[in-house]
Design a protein around this ligand. Structure first.
Ligand code: AMP
Length: 228
């Protein structure tokens, strides 16, 4: 299964990615996570991209596309497929992704579009907390950890992303609308788009996706039953 997750920051892509990863046993490739790791490790690339990421601007196309190309061509753990989270974000990235996949005799199965409204996004992002150790997601109000500041899963420290403040969020959304929204049409034309109402809670979104995959014969129903 090869998926692209599209939608504004805070639309719930990361939450669904965790569910889909387990369901299809596929790799979760998040360009945002990869870039933050580079910044954390203060690599040459990390230092170069810091100003873009911290202001909510897009990192240049050729930088992110190279990262994805390397991961899809030489990376491990993608034999059953992958899910791209936060890539592509521009028309150029979408076209380059198709070229990379064609070279590897591959193509995307679905692009899932998480449609969400501004007020919901701001509420979600300003309250988002992430585990420094395992990446689990929490929310100060909607999904607080059992012990304040600590991850329920691994006890790691929870932190707030530096770009999850209201000003940067508004900038990220404006950029999203200008650069990323057009690629929704790109996937629609290819007949690959699944649109979900991402203002609804995670269970609703998950059920919608399961329905679509089931209808298309993409689900191992035994596995879904075992999980529920
Ligand atoms: P995210 O975690 O997906 O919200 O990404 C965080 C930040 O990383 C974005 O605001 C951008 O600065 C950068 N970034 C992530 N993915 C991309 C991409 N595909 N193209 C350009 N910049 C990206």
């Amino acid at each position: 299964m090869k998926l692209v997750l599209l939608g504004p920051p805070g639309a719930g892509k990361g939450t669904q990615a965790n569910l889909l990863k387990e369901l299809f046993d596929i790799a979760h490739i998040s360009t945002g996570d990869i870039l933050r790791e580079e910044m954390k490790n203060q690599t040459l690339l990390g230092k170069e991209i810091k100003k873009f990421v911290e202001s909510g601007a897009l990192v240049p196309d050729e930088v992110v596309t190279k990262i994805i190309e390397n991961r899809l061509t030489h990376g491990a753990g993608i034999s059953k497929g992958f899910m791209l989270d936060g890539f592509p974000r521009t028309r150029t990235q979408a076209e380059d992704l198709d070229k990379i996949l064609i070279t590897n005799k591959n193509s995307i199965d679905y692009a899932i579009y998480f449609k969400s409204t501004l007020s919901v996004i701001i509420q979600r992002l300003t309250g988002r907390r992430v585990c420094r150790k395992c990446g689990a997601l929490f929310h100060a109000v909607n999904k607080p950890p059992k012990k304040p500041g600590a991850c329920d899963i691994c006890s790691g420290e929870l932190y707030q992303r530096s770009d999850d403040n209201e000003e940067t969020i508004k900038n990220r959304i404006a950029i999203y609308e200008k650069s990323t929204q057009p690629i929704i049409e790109y996937y629609k034309k290819q007949g690959k788009l699944i649109k979900v109402d991402a203002d609804k809670d995670a269970d609703f979104v998950k059920s919608h996706l399961m329905e679509v995959f089931n209808k298309d014969g993409k689900l191992d129903t035994d596995k879904v039953e075992r999980r529920s």
